[in-house]
Design a protein around this ligand. Structure first.
Ligand SMILES: Nc1nc2c(c(=O)[nH]1)N[C@H]1C(S)=C(S)[C@@H](COP(=O)(O)O)O[C@H]1N2
Ligand SMILES: [Mo]
Length: 445
């Protein structure tokens, strides 16, 4: 189907009039993009071992779909002996499982990469830790009988793409799907999933980045081959080997993002503290291999000391760490560095990759120790008036915030315009250079 600007506007208008389904108050989150919603948890959120719903980051590629439980079912087909559709009540008949796991966006930390990369400019907080309740995916698959030649499970949610953007469809390796910790969950922290987190059902793939945690799940299809949709073949891939920052990588040398990296974030102190005894507090997490050690440096990495691990250890969850610091007046650089049971440690140098995934460098943080807090700068908004095409072509689906947080080069904006035109934005040839000038001048690195 050809998507004209009219149909695009109509879709946007229809979605805009749908009732608000968000049930959590997200006013404490950092808005990267209000629509579709990309909301980040501020570093203070790393004080909580279990992240409450209102503090939990939100990442949506499209508008949140309106799902009515009365019409909802999960269809399972493809290479199975007996294709079936399950209601939520049907699923609730399988044995229930509750587990604690971190959910982290593959793009978390993207904003720290140099050279900079396009995409949502997450800093620390596109990650949270929750208690998920549901059933084992493998129990449900046993009911439909997965055929022996099935290798991948295609997951599809109820979300509909905007314009000509490809539908968010991803596959899970059958081996991961059959792992006893892989769940189909309807509850987060003891409450039904809210709309933004995937009501009524989402995939829980502990230890893996959250692009594999399909929300609003409506269909699973067993395949005997790799799926070649955009979100598997092009997106969510990173180089198999280390590459120098800025290198163009041949797509054949890229592999899908799966396991998370070991990581830690200091929650407190955030920017300021008074001189004297200061408790450094934060959270560390990892993949299927639990965190075994967190080290702290208060002198920009010259010396390191062991932090104390606290809280409740879980296989896939946040692990609290604390460190008692005798802070003296002045500016200090704090760094935390976690290690897991497999011996993986956070690197000092970020592992740059062309899509900006799985950032886990031990991140230096500046803290001022002083008796009085001093003022800080605020971010300025773009100045010269925008060309009409900015409003007509970009603002149909986005909002200024999406542009502000990018901070990318002119060449990168040029490629973004090409990508967006491919996805249905109707940028007229005569408008393109003014639009590019505006984007490049106002939303630069
Ligand atoms: N159906 C569907 N599932 C999805 C997505 C999506 O856009 N559509 N986004 C994925 C990505 S990239 C992330 S980071 C997580 C975000 O989960 P959250 O919004 O519950 O924090 O959902 C994942 N599951
Ligand atoms: Mo993500």
């Amino acid at each position: 189907m050809l998507v004209t600007r009219r149909t695009l506007l109509r879709t946007a208008a229809a979605l805009a009039t749908a009732p608000a389904l968000r049930s959590a108050d997200h006013s404490g989150l950092i808005t990267l993009s209000p629509s579709p919603e990309d909301l980040e948890m501020p570093v203070g959120g790393f004080m909580d071992e279990i992240t409450p719903q209102e503090n939990f980051f939100v990442r949506c590629h499209t508008m949140i779909p309106k799902v009515s439980l009365a019409d909802w079912k999960l269809e399972i087909g493809g290479l199975v002996n007996e294709p079936k559709a399950f209601t939520l009540d049907d699923l609730k008949k399988f044995p229930h499982v509750t587990l604690v796991s971190v959910l982290e966006c593959a793009g978390n930390g993207r904003s720290f990469y140099q050279p900079r990369l396009p995409g949502a400019q997450w800093q620390f907080g596109s990650v949270g830790n929750a208690r998920w309740t549901g059933v084992r995916l493998r129990d449900v698959l046993a009911k439909v009988g997965l055929k022996p030649d099935a290798t991948q499970l295609l997951m599809d949610g109820a979300d509909v793409p905007m314009g000509k953007m490809p539908d968010f469809q991803r596959t899970l390796e059958v081996k991961k799907a059959l792992h006893p910790d892989t769940l189909l969950a309807w509850e987060m922290n003891g409450k039904p999933l809210t709309a933004e987190h995937g009501f009524p059902l989402r995939v829980i793939a502990p230890g893996w980045a959250s692009d594999s945690w399909c929300k609003w799940l409506v269909r699973l299809e067993a395949l005997d081959r790799d799926f070649d949709g955009f979100w598997m073949k092009t997106a969510y891939r990173h180089p198999a080997q280390h590459v120098a920052p800025g290198t163009a990588v041949d797509p054949k040398d890229m592999v899908p993002v799966t396991d998370l990296n070991v990581k830690s974030v200091i929650a407190s102190p955030e920017y300021f503290a008074r001189p004297g005894a200061v408790t450094v507090v934060g959270m560390a997490w990892s993949n299927a291999s639990p965190v075994t050690k967190v080290e702290i440096s208060t002198d920009a990495g010259k010396t390191w000391a062991l932090a104390k691990l606290g809280g409740t250890p879980t296989k896939y969850g946040f692990r609290r760490f604390t460190y008692q610091w005798k802070a003296t007046e002045g500016d200090h650089t704090l760094i935390s560095r976690a290690t897991n049971a497999a011996g993986q440690t956070q690197p000092v140098e970020p592992e740059w990759n062309p899509n900006g995934y799985l950032y886990n460098a031990a991140q230096p943080r500046s803290v001022r120790i002083a008796d009085a807090r001093e003022g800080h700068d605020s971010v300025g908004l773009p100045n010269p008036p925008a060309p009409a095409s900015y409003k007509a072509d970009c603002m149909v689906c986005h909002d200024d915030h999406m542009m502000i947080q990018q901070r990318i080069t002119r060449g990168q904006w040029d490629r973004e315009i090409t990508k967006m035109t491919g996805w249905g934005a109707e940028v007229k040839a005569e408008d393109r250079s003014a639009l590019l000038d505006y984007l490049a001048a106002n939303f630069k690195p």
